[in-house]
Design a protein around this ligand. Structure first.
Ligand code: NAD
Ligand code: WQD
Length: 352
């Protein structure tokens, strides 16, 4: 990827930072942009430290909101010719999207429209989009294959589904576009250095960050949302994918799109093809950390399916990529990150 410059939106975020690392290690040049809505500049500094001075010289960072057409224009005009874009930037909290739907539609959809317009103006028509397994709604069966019917259960999910449709229409209208819709399952884990990881603001919505905060003593116990599902131990099962495997999936997608003129529109799952229950994940985390995670059984959370995991065959056939890391690896790296950074990048907040 020596001659490829990739623009990474949301490049200071959880998945974006790991993708920047893997892209730089693969030899690409990276222009990362972020408005720091859910991230901070320190995360970008950590990326530079991981890849080392020589590779870090190929990383340009700009604070920029993707909805700001002028600022985005300036990035494309002054940061060198961008060959491909990975579009991570977006808001992602399901509960918040129910409370503030306009915020989610405005941010996620306007960002994408402004980005695509700017890309087209600069003749860059190669795009990987962060979609989500949430577009499968409550799947009728597992594993989810890419041809399953789509449905969205909340405004966040609808932004992902609408953007999938927008990008599909765009690609149909102009065959020069090469687009990958990448449907992530449940990203977890952290960089093996322990210096880069997820740093949620406030009370975490997702399982792994919550477990992590119990382990470091920030929360007393984990509420397990339902133990009466038709699964082996009664708790929900999900497809947890290590964030570095996920980042490698993006490197593979960029390679595919930049080398295959007939790529067109590709829709692929990025998952592991297996599922882990809440209690199995807790047990794996306890083993990796040596910490006890007290659990309290509570009612199911509305909208949660019993089991979700993705089929992986298409990703392997189309991208030559498959996830390598196990749930034990995820917990080991998550703990390394958590124990070294119990309060994330910026230390203990005033209100804790
Ligand atoms: P994140 O919040 O850590 O990263 C997203 C980044 O985008 C943040 O740094 C935020 O500041 C930035 N951002 C938001 N709006 C922006 C805007 N208008 N302009 C510029 N920057 C903006 O989240 P993440 O977990 O890294 O997720 C990345 C993408 O992957 C998101 O689009 C998310 O919806 C999608 N996704 C995430 C998951 C998950 O569970 N983490 C699962 C499926 C899909
Ligand atoms: C996992 C399991 C919960 C928290 C969400 C989004 C999805 C995607 C990934 C972006 C479930 C259980 C959780 C807790 C629990 N994001 N749980 N106690 O719901 O599969 O997916 O993140 O696209 O759109 O909906 O992930 O981590 O919230 O939950 O028992 O405190 O853990 O019931 O079985 P989910 P999750």
């Amino acid at each position: 990827m020596d001659d490829v410059r990739v623009l990474v939106t949301g490049g200071a975020g959880y998945i974006g930072t790991h993708a920047c690392v893997q892209l730089l290690l693969a030899g690409a040049s990276v222009v990362a942009i972020d408005n720091f809505d859910n991230s901070c500049a320190e995360a970008v500094e950590r990326v530079r430290a991981i890849v080392g001075e020589r590779r870090a010289a190929r990383l340009t960072f700009r604070e920029c909101d993707c909805r700001d057409a002028e600022a985005l224009e300036d990035v494309f005009a002054t940061c060198g010719t961008v060959r491909a874009v990975i579009h991570f930037a977006g808001l992602k909290a399901v509960g918040e999207s129910v409370a503030k739907p306009l915020l989610y539609y405005e941010n996620n959809i306007r960002s994408t429209l402004t980005l695509c317009e700017t890309m087209a103006r600069h003749g860059c028509k190669t795009l990987c989009f962060s979609s989500s397994a949430t577009v499968y709604g409550e799947p009728a069966s597992v594993p989810c294959t890419e041809d399953f019917p789509t449905a969205a259960l909340n405004p966040y999910g609808r932004t992902k589904l609408f953007i999938e449709h927008i990008l599909s229409d765009l690609q149909k209208s102009d065959g020069e576009w090469r687009v990958a819709l990448l449907r992530y399952f449940n990203p977890v884990g952290a960089h093996e250095s322990g210096t880069l990881g997820e740093d949620p603001k406030g009370i975490p919505n997702n399982l792994m960050p919550f477990v992590q905060q119990v382990a470091v003593g920030r929360r007393a116990e984990l509420s397990v949302f339902g133990n009466d599902y038709p699964t082996k131990d009664g708790t929900g099962r999900r497809d947890y994918i290590h964030v570095v495997d996920l980042a490698d999936g993006h490197v593979a997608a960029v390679k595919k799109l930049t080398t295959d003129p007939n790529a067109g529109l590709i829709t692929v799952n990025l998952g592991t093809g297996t599922s882990t229950s809440v209690l199995e994940l807790v047990a794996a985390f306890e083993k990796a950390s040596g910490k006890k995670i007290p659990c309290k059984m509570v009612a199911r959370r509305e909208g949660d399916a019993a089991e979700v995991y993705g089929a992986t065959q298409k990703a392997f056939e189309v991208l030559g990529w498959r996830a390598e890391r196990t749930i034990e690896d995820c917990c080991k790296d998550q703990w390394k990150w958590a124990s070294a950074n119990p309060y994330g990048y910026l230390g203990k907040p005033d209100d804790e």
